[in-house]
Design a protein around this ligand. Structure first.
Ligand code: DX5
Ligand code: ZN
Length: 216
């Protein structure tokens, strides 16, 4: 069954513990790290991940939207991440490979993330070593954006590559996921759905999670 990963980007950062507890029925917790360089926004960093780790046993799915992520892999692993995603556009391929090796050495799950401009086959050099591929369905940087319909093709293409080369690999989709889009990305082959505004913008986040799972 599909996993739901609420994004705390849409939570109240002054009441983060309360807002994390509100989504404890979800499968993973999605943490968006932005550096103001790879994306035009700055969010949270290593100390916040460390604090979150102390307060929850949830699986921490940390999405690094930062330039040259290899510099920070050890720090985020030590802070308590369970999985790290690095963007393939964020550094030269050899340094992306270094970042993935550092995750492996720390015993943390490894994912490669694709901006909408990046084609599905960019994952091929890494695919057999990955635990997950993350396909963005908005331009990374902000919550609450409109789902990019054209990315359904990228999701299908990544699904075909995963089925062919590494069927155990998860396929996460991030951006504009709501009841209307969830069903279509699942159909296209997603196994993990990130949702920020659709969960935290709902009156009842726990129920919103069930609706996204397809159990209204
Ligand atoms: C955007 C982030 C997303 C964001 C999704 O760059 O990577 O995880 O929180 O927010 P929604 O679900 O509101 O599109
Ligand atoms: Zn994200």
């Amino acid at each position: 069954m599909v996993k739901i990963a609420p994004s705390i980007l849409s939570a109240d950062f002054c009441n983060l513990e309360r807002d994390i507890n509100r989504v404890s029925g979800a499968d993973w917790l999605h943490v968006d790290v932005m550096d103001g360089a790879f994306v035009p926004n700055i969010t949270i960093g290593v100390p916040v991940v460390e604090s979150i780790r102390k307060h929850t046993g949830m699986f921490l799915d940390v999405h690094l939207m930062i330039d040259k992520p290899a510099r920070y892999i050890d720090a985020f692993c030590k802070a308590g991440a369970d999985l790290l995603s690095v963007h393939l556009e964020a550094d030269h391929p050899t340094r992306i490979a270094d970042a993935l090796h550092a995750m492996e050495a720390n015993g943390v799950k490894k994912a490669a993330a694709l901006r909408p401009i990046t084609s599905a086959k960019a994952v091929l050099p890494y695919l057999e070593t990955l635990d997950m591929v993350l396909v963005m369905t908005v331009e990374p940087g902000f919550g609450g954006q409109k789902f990019m319909e054209g990315q359904l093709d990228t999701i299908r293409e990544v699904r075909a590559l995963i089925d062919r080369y590494h069927p155990a690999c998860e396929l996460e989709v991030d951006g504009g996921i709501a009841p209307g889009t969830a069903e279509r990305v699942i159909e296209a082959g997603a196994t993990v759905l990130v949702a920020g505004s659709a969960v935290y913008g709902a009156d009842d986040p726990a129920r919103a999670i069930e609706v996204l799972r397809g159990r209204p």
